[in-house]
Design a protein around this ligand. Structure first.
Ligand code: CO
Ligand code: CO
Length: 355
C-alpha cells in the first residue's frame, strides 16, 4: 500500500484529499484490482492525513476484504454514501484530487453532492509512479522476457500467406498463454501498410519482399512491456534496407544518450538528428518514446517537448521510425530503465532479419 506516500505528497502540496476510481492509480496506491466497475460508482476517498475509505457496489462484497469499505446496493444512492464518507474523512470541501480517468457522469454527480475544488490526480501521483522501485522493475523484466521469447518463436512460424489479422491473433494467443495478457492489441503492418505507425491489422496477406512491423506487448502482474521489431520476408526493396539501418542507428544512439540527469527531450533530439541528417526527417512523425509501467503510455514522454529530467528507476520506450507513403515503414522499439546509464529490458536482436 502506498497510501502513506500519497498522503504525504498531498499534504506538501496543500491538497485536502483524493477520490480514486478503478484505474492503474487505484491498483498502484492500494493493490486493489477492480477491473470493470462499469457504470456503478466505485471510489476510494483518501484524506491528506492518510485516512481512507472505499465506496463499492455490493457486487464486490466477496472480493474486497480486510479493507475499510461501504457497500451500496442497486436502488440506493451511492453519491449520498460517498458524501457521508467524505464528511467523515473531513474532505467534503476543499482541494480534491480526482482520478484522471474517472467517468464524467460520476464526477458530475459528485460535484452536485459535495462542494469541492477538483484537480487531476496525476499532478501528484506522477511523482511516485515515474520512478520504479526494484520490485516494479523485476515485474517489467518478466513482461519484457515474454515479448523477447515471442519474437524468437515467431521467426519459425510460416508467415508467408498468413493475413496480418491472423498473425496478430496468433501472437495475442501466444502472449495470453504465458502472461497476464496483452498490454495492447498487437500491430502487424506489412508492405505499404507499414507507412501507418498505428496500422490496424487487416486482410492483407504477408508475401515475399515485405517488410513487416510487429509492435506488441505483454503484462506481468499489471506491468507492461512494449516492443517493436521490423522483419523482412525475403530480400526487401533496397530503399527499405537503407531506412532500416538509419532507424537502427537512431535507436542505438538515443539509447546511448540515456543517463541520469539529462532531459527527456535530449533523447528525442538524438534520435531525430540521426534521421534528419539522413534526409528522412519529415517521415519520422511521432515522438521517440513514452514512459511505461502500469500503463502502456505514461510519463515521462520522450518527445521534443520532454522537460522531465531523467532519474534512476524511470522506465520508457525508445522507438524511432521512418514511414514512407506507398513504400512502407520501419520502427525499432525497446524498453529501457535508467540506472546511471540506460539498460535495455527488451533484448531481442535489432539486426535486420531476412526470412
Ligand atoms: Co510499441
Ligand atoms: Co511504444
Amino acid at each position: 500500500m502506498r497510501i502513506g506516500k500519497l498522503a504525504k505528497l498531498m499534504k506538501e502540496r496543500n491538497f485536502d484529499g483524493a477520490l480514486i476510481s478503478p484505474s492503474s492509480n487505484l491498483y498502484y496506491i492500494t493493490g486493489l484490482r477492480i477491473h470493470e466497475a462499469g457504470e456503478r460508482p466505485t471510489i476510494l476517498a483518501v484524506s491528506a492525513d492518510g485516512d481512507f475509505h472505499l465506496l463499492a457496489p455490493s457486487l464486490y462484497e466477496n472480493v474486497v476484504k480486510d479493507f475499510p469499505v461501504t457497500f451500496w446496493r442497486d436502488g440506493e444512492n451511492p453519491y449520498e454514501k460517498l458524501s457521508a464518507i467524505m464528511k467523515e474523512l473531513g474532505i467534503n470541501n476543499g482541494k480534491i484530487l480526482i482520478e484522471n480517468t474517472m467517468r464524467a457522469d460520476w464526477l458530475i454527480e459528485i460535484n452536485r453532492t459535495v462542494r469541492m475544488n477538483p484537480y487531476p490526480l496525476s499532478l501528484v501521483v506522477r511523482e511516485l509512479r515515474m520512478r520504479k522501485d526494484r520490485e516494479e522493475i523485476r515485474l517489467m523484466e518478466k513482461a519484457a522476457k515474454v515479448v523477447d521469447d515471442l519474437f524468437e518463436e515467431l521467426l519459425s512460424w510460416d508467415l508467408i500467406g498468413m493475413t496480418e489479422r491472423e498473425l496478430a491473433l496468433k501472437m495475442e494467443f501466444w502472449i495470453r498463454e504465458r502472461s497476464d495478457g496483452i498490454s495492447f492489441e498487437p500491430i502487424v503492418a506489412s508492405g505499404e501498410n507499414g507507412a501507418n505507425p498505428h496500422h490496424e491489422p487487416g486482410d492483407r496477406k504477408l508475401r515475399k519482399g515485405d517488410m513487416v512491423i510487429l509492435d506488441y506487448g505483454a503484462r506481468w502482474k499489471g506491468y507492461c512491456s512494449d516492443i517493436t521489431r521490423t522483419i523482412a520476408l525475403g530480400r526487401p526493396n533496397e530503399g527499405l534496407v537503407e531506412i532500416y539501418e538509419i532507424v537502427k542507428e537512431a535507436q542505438e544512439r538515443a539509447f546511448w544518450a540515456v543517463r541520469e540527469g539529462v532531459k527527456a527531450k535530449e533523447i528525442d533530439g538524438t534520435a531525430r538528428r540521426v534521421i534528419e541528417e539522413a534526409g528522412y526527417g519529415k517521415y519520422f512523425t511521432h515522438r521517440t518514446g513514452h514512459g511505461l509501467g502500469l500503463d502502456v503510455h505514461e510519463e515521462p514522454y520522450i518527445g521534443p517537448d520532454g522537460e522531465v529530467t531523467l532519474e534512476n528507476g524511470m522506465t520508457f520506450t525508445i522507438e524511432p521510425g521512418i514511414y514512407v507513403p506507398g513504400l512502407g515503414g520501419v520502427r525499432i522499439e525497446d524498453d529501457v530503465v535508467v540506472e546511471g546509464r540506460g539498460r535495455r529490458l527488451t533484448k531481442a536482436t535489432r539486426e535486420l532479419i531476412i526470412l
